[in-house]
Design a protein around this ligand. Structure first.
Ligand code: FAD
Length: 380
């Protein structure tokens, strides 16, 4: 029996009821369509309107901005339930972008965007990575040049989640000189915006999420969209959200691991071989015992991070540890589970094959795992 989120102290009766409501909605309205969305390479933006109308998109926003003023743990529950349905990336990125506006937007910017982000009218993405600047984000070259009441943006981004389906993007741009002090965050409403183009990239996994290359050619964005209204704050703004962002990734890892173990247990107990089932073989039972243990330890660690996030005591270092370690376990567990499905495990239509392929990117994005270790080592 997997330790589910509700077994931890932070999961009180209200959060448990919220979780049940999200699960019912996801099972009825989201899960049945995931195969189609995977084929078309993105989740239609309108889907998130329904999710927003239920109060599930950004429950942690204050009420005036369309939320319920709920603790961040509510968002973790949403992430967990969407990851169970294998559509975790879109909303996680949406909430990360919304949190920048919540924390750094001017009151006018908050009023303009947050209620529409909570309702799902706006779907957000965050565009940091460039062809020449990934782990070394300080090297971004996309330029935003002030021209009257606008910024004129030129450059490109790559691997941007929701790049096609989003209609609001938080862009990491260079407004000043070299290095981190020249970086700002600029919010662009991209629907029909002249000079903006997105191209969906083909990936080896995560097929329901649109990951894009973005091009900006003389793209005009009102100067009033500079997040916080002061140039050069971008890097500091990006760094302050890290514990929350890393925890979201770890929650996704825990959900995927739970799912992989449950699917595999089910499979080996049914699969006939050598006059019995695979489950009758001790090596198979040992493998299941090991991955179930990994699932348990991951879940305990993630629950601890959520509790500390809830209490305001989650430090960067613990969140970096959770990011690299849980995603490493996710890759190990999905690989070992896939093995027990034999040839069926290698077929694209098998859920374990998807879990295996989807897992791989978790070690790369959100800060590559090597970067996490480097940051942890600096604190030791
Ligand atoms: C599916 C997907 C979705 C993504 N979504 C987004 C998004 O929404 N927004 C966004 O801005 N970006 C997004 N990314 C980009 C992602 O964050 C970057 O790919 C990641 O930060 C790594 O940057 P890079 O690809 O340029 O690799 P590089 O920076 O070139 O690094 C390549 C590898 O080198 C190693 N390495 C790099 N630096 C170090 C170091 N200092 N020490 C030790 N080893 C190191 C690591 O193994 C790393 O994986 C996404 C990527 C993918 C694949």
């Amino acid at each position: 029996m997997m330790p589910r989120l509700h077994q931890h102290a932070w999961m009180d009766a209200d959060i448990a009821a919220f979780r049940d409501a999200v699960r019912r909605y996801v099972d009825a309205e989201i899960a049945p369509h995931v195969a189609d969305w995977r084929r078309q390479g993105h989740v239609p933006r309108e889907v998130w309107r329904g999710f927003g109308a239920m109060g599930f998109l950004l429950p942690e926003l204050p009420e005036p901005w369309g939320g319920a003023g709920a603790p961040l743990a509510y968002q973790m529950v949403v992430t967990d339930e969407l990851a169970r349905a294998e559509v975790s990336g879109t909303v996680a990125v949406h909430t990360i972008a919304a949190h920048y506006i919540l924390d750094y937007g001017t009151p006018e910017q908050q009023a303009r965007w947050l209620p529409r982000l909570a309702s799902g009218e706006l779907l957000a993405g965050i565009a940091m990575t460039e062809p020449g600047a990934g782990s070394d984000l300080k090297a971004v070259r996309t330029r935003a040049r002030r021209d009257g009441d606008d910024y004129v943006v030129d450059g490109s981004k790559v691997f941007i989640t929701n790049g096609h389906s989003a209609n609001l993007l938080v862009l990491v741009v260079r407004t000043g000189g070299e290095g981190s002090k020249g970086v700002s965050l600029l919010v662009a409403e991209t629907e029909g915006l002249p000079g903006f183009q997105a191209r969906i990239l083909e990936k080896i996994g995560m097929h329901a999420s649109d990951t894009c290359e973005l091009f900006f050619d003389n793209m005009r964005v009102p100067a009033a969209n500079l997040l916080g209204g002061v140039e050069g704050q971008g890097f500091a703004q990006l760094m302050s959200q890290l514990p929350y962002e890393r925890t979201l990734l770890a929650v996704g890892a825990a959900a995927a691991i739970d799912l992989a173990v449950a699917l595999t247990l089910d499979h080996v107990k049914q699969r006939q071989a050598f006059g019995g089932t695979l489950w009758d073989l001790q090596t198979v039972r040992f493998t299941l015992a090991e991955v179930a243990t990994q699932a348990h330890v991951v879940r305990s660690f993630v629950n601890d991070c959520i509790q500390r996030l809830h209490d305001g005591t989650l430090d960067d270092s613990a969140a970096f540890m959770a990011k690299w370690w849980t995603t490493e376990q996710q890759c190990q567990v999905t690989d070992r589970c896939l093995q027990l499905f034999g040839g069926y495990g290698y077929m694209a239509e098998t859920p374990i094959a998807r879990l295996f392929a989807d897992a791989r990117v978790q070690k790369i994005y959100g800060g590559a795992n090597e970067i996490m270790k480097d940051l942890i080592a600096r604190t030791l």
